[in-house]
Design a binder for this molecule. Structure first.
Ligand SMILES: Cc1cc2nc3c(=O)[nH]c(=O)nc-3n(C[C@H](O)[C@H](O)[C@H](O)COP(=O)(O)O)c2cc1C
Length: 205
């Protein structure tokens, strides 16, 4: 059983990393393998809406997104960690996630998702909502905790002083571990839920 974690902070040893490490301990205690990929310092572009992914089956802009898509296909769960930048997720992270979720051909149904956000003071709630939208358009159940998944701190390391934030992410990792294991059992017993073909409509036709 495996969890992919994507860290969207440009500070690879910052508070998002610290929070993800707090979760890693819980996953590993539960026998779940963890891989963390840092994307926050990468010079990445957003989606070009070129449509190439629909033809070739992966994003053609770089190696990173197809590699992440492969890792995601092999994982049972995905944790997205982001700093709050101007009340939103980190810019590089959003560029990567838009392309990853738009181009990914793997079936993400029933892979468990969780987002955590780290802020000095404001914008966590909006960022949390923003990140959860990637899961909830993909058939991914969202794991939750005792509180919304927010951690507070400004300078690197300060998040360790946020006792409630640390507890929130630990409980999140426990709940997510349980959910992934339960879904694995459920898949064996019942299989994946029945699907319907996707239909794309808009408001003018
Ligand atoms: C460009 C930029 C914008 C930021 N915007 C916000 C913000 O809107 N709200 C907030 O509370 N903190 C904001 N911060 C502070 C960071 O969220 C905070 O330092 C957090 O600990 C960063 O996590 P990290 O150490 O993983 O990078 C901002 C920081 C930067 C560099």
């Amino acid at each position: 059983m495996k969890v992919l974690m994507i860290n969207g902070s440009p500070r690879e040893k910052g508070n998002t990393a610290l929070s993800l490490e707090e979760m890693r301990k819980v996953f590993e205690k539960n026998g779940i393998e963890v891989e963390i990929v840092n994307v926050g310092r990468l010079a990445v572009k957003g989606c070009l809406a070129c449509g190439a992914c629909a033809k070739v089956g992966h994003c053609v802009q770089d190696e990173l997104v197809p590699q992440l898509a492969e890792k995601l296909a092999a994982a049972d769960g995905l944790v997205i960690g982001s700093p709050v930048h101007y009340a939103s997720a980190g810019g590089a992270l959003v560029s990567v996630l838009d392309r990853l979720f738009y181009s990914c051909q793997a079936d993400l149904t029933m892979k468990v998702g969780a987002a955590i956000c780290v802020a000095r003071r404001g914008g966590s709630s909006a960022t949390f909502d923003e990140l959860n939208k990637y899961f909830t358009i993909s058939g991914m159940p969202v794991a939750s905790s005792q509180y919304w998944n927010m951690v507070y701190g400004r300078a690197p390391g300060e998040a360790a002083q946020d006792a409630e934030g640390m507890r929130t992410v630990r409980v999140l990792a426990e709940n997510m571990s349980f959910l992934m294991k339960s879904i694995a059992l459920g898949k064996e017993k019942y299989g994946l839920p029945a699907k319907e073909d996707r239909v794309f409509t808009n408001f003018i036709r």
